[in-house]
Design a protein around this ligand. Structure first.
Ligand code: VG1
Ligand code: CO
Length: 542
């Protein structure tokens, strides 16, 4: 039976950089998740009888919301739901399933790299038929609808069995529980030279992946251990846990430090990688070399043709504005398009659909390509292994040679987490107020050349997205970018992105924070970070 339930709106269901993210107790309020899911359906047209993909990263509350979402999809008139076994689908795998089976769209349940558990984070994101996050036009409509919603519809039926692959029916709608890994593993095998990677591994290159108790465990185990022949145990923390073992499933130098230290130790593995809660981020580490995500994008782009799936070359590169300009140098050399978008994967979709960009990346440990419409952690890992196998060189050699050829973009991001919201907004407002007078200002040895608030004009649909981050550019090509996070669930997070270009290989061996010290000091002077936030140091440096 389908029932209509009366409800009242919540005022805070505005999707951020990547869907709606809140603490579990917020989502667990009566009707909270239902309101948002109904607002998604109410903002879409023409899905009657079509398929919806549903999956999540296995975090706490995943199973409860999946049940609601399936029952509501049946009530809304979808013809079929495809759901990963156990409610599991990594974000890139969900994107692939949507595309491969030509679903109308998908609902991805995740709060990505944020911790999970009864008092931690949860999230709901809608993806469109191209497999990518809904563009702002749709997320704005969902938010508008959530503010006026008065009722939702749901099938009143027993819970759906999610733990066995197979087909069931709910109120006339088919529910197909699918193997979450198979389609994704097949896609990876079609893009990369598995034989060469297998030879690299059997030849003695030791590879480890830390899945951080999150969703990539089953994917990495199938691909790295079963298909590529790495010894069992090469995938660490391989079982997805509702609370990720109590850790932040965030692949960076702070939260994946154990893996980093292991790779850096003399007897440790040669190559290490980590991924985040929902499997779309990656960290790449080689012996003696941490690869910044911005460099990773540039190096993947420069070497793309070694992978069979990219042998024909790439059409263009896209990067988020705060990501370093390392990839720009590669695009210039290859004579292909380079696109600078706001933060968040939803802005890459149009460029990928139009065939203008083939690979894209963000400084926040995200890289991907037109194979799906999300960033893809394991994809990046396999790309690196393919490059190492083809070039027969270590990560450190590949990176150093890249810098020698293109120059090095020293890069770091400083995050100030859980800052008082008013203080953070005040800091950004004060910066905006100063933009016109900043050019020409001298701070130590640095001179401001230009300053603006980044606005994106989408070259495909001509939509405009304003206030996407404040850029302060210095003479000589260095820059500092300031923006507030759109994924946090408590207080505000100020992100400060710092970059300096160094063409001379003689200067490529400097410690990153040292190389950027004058810019970091200038960022504090310009934005009054210490004074306004009361913080003397960032919470996280990546
Ligand atoms: C952060 C990153 C951004 C990324 C987003 C979603 O957003 O900076 O680059 O696309 O997270 O990634 P923000 O607004 O907090 O800076 V994920 O892996 O959390 O889906
Ligand atoms: Co993620």
């Amino acid at each position: 039976m389908i029932v209509t339930v009366e409800t009242t709106p919540f005022g805070d269901q505005k999707p951020g950089t990547s869907g709606l993210r809140k603490k579990v107790p917020v989502f667990a309020q009566k009707n909270y998740a239902e309101n948002f899911i109904q607002s998604i359906f109410d903002s879409l047209e023409g899905f009657s009888g079509k398929s919806l993909v549903i999956g999540g990263d296995g975090r706490y509350y995943n199973r409860e919301v999946i049940q609601k979402a399936i029952k509501m999809a049946a009530a809304a008139g979808f013809g079929k739901v495809m759901v990963g076994k156990g409610g599991i689908l990594s974000t890139p795998a969900a994107s692939n399933v949507i595309r491969k089976y030509e679903a109308f769209g998908g609902i991805v349940l995740s709060a990505s790299h944020n911790p999970g558990g009864p008092n931690e984070d949860f999230g709901i994101k809608y993806n469109i038929g191209n497999g990518g996050p809904a563009p702002e036009k749709i997320t704005n409509a969902i938010f508008a609808r959530s503010k006026t919603i008065t009722e939702y519809k749901i099938a009143d039926c027993p819970d759906i069995e999610l733990d066995a692959v197979g087909t069931q029916t709910v109120e006339g709608m088919t529910v197909e529980v699918i193997d979450p890994v198979a389609d994704y593993a097949e896609l990876m095998e079609s893009l990369f030279d598995f034989a060469a990677i297998r030879a690299l591994i059997s030849g003695g290159t030791r590879v480890v992946i830390d899945s951080m108790g999150a969703v990539t465990g089953p994917y990495a185990t199938e691909i790295l251990e079963r298909r590529l022949g790495a010894p069992s145990g090469s995938v660490r923390n391989a079982v997805p846990l509702p609370d990720f073992g109590g850790h932040h499933p965030d692949p960076n130098l702070v939260h994946a430090k154990e893996l980093y230290d292991d790779v850096m130790s003399p007897d440790g593995p040669h190559f290490g990688a980590a991924s985040d809660g929902d499997g779309d981020r990656n960290m790449i580490v080689g012996k003696g070399m941490f690869v910044t995500p911005s460099d990773s994008l540039a190096i993947i782009a420069a070497n793309a043709t070694v992978a069979p799936g990219y042998a024909r070359g790439i059409a263009g590169i896209a990067r988020s504005m705060p990501t370093s300009a390392a990839a720009d140098k590669v695009a210039e050399k290859l004579g292909i398009g380079m696109y600078e978008t706001p933060t968040g994967w939803k802005f890459f979709g149009n460029l990928l659909d139009a065939g203008m960009a083939t690979v894209c990346g963000e400084e926040s440990f995200g890289t991907g390509s037109d194979h799906v419409r999300e960033k893809d952690g394991l994809w990046a890992v396999l790309f690196w292994l393919n490059i190492m196998a083809a070039r027969k060189e270590s990560v450190a050699d590949i990176v150093r040679k890249h810098w020698a050829e293109y120059g090095r973009n020293y890069y770091s991001r400083h995050d100030y987490e859980e800052v008082d919201t008013d203080a953070a907004n005040g800091l950004m407002a004060a910066l905006r107020g100063k933009l016109a007078t900043l050019p020409g200002t001298k701070i130590g040895a640095l001179t401001v050349e230009a300053a603006d608030d980044f606005a994106y004009h989408d070259p495909v649909d001509h939509s405009v997205s304003e206030n996407q981050g404040i850029r302060v550019l210095f003479e000589g090509g260095s820059r500092v970018v300031f923006r507030l996070s759109g994924t946090g669930t408590s207080g505000a997070t100020l992100r400060v992105y710092v970059e300096r270009y160094e063409p001379d290989p003689a200067n490529h061996g400097i410690d990153t924070q040292e190389a950027l010290a004058d810019l970091i000091a200038a960022a504090d002077t310009i934005a009054e970070i210490g004074k306004r936030t009361g913080r003397s140091a960032p919470t996280v440096i990546t």
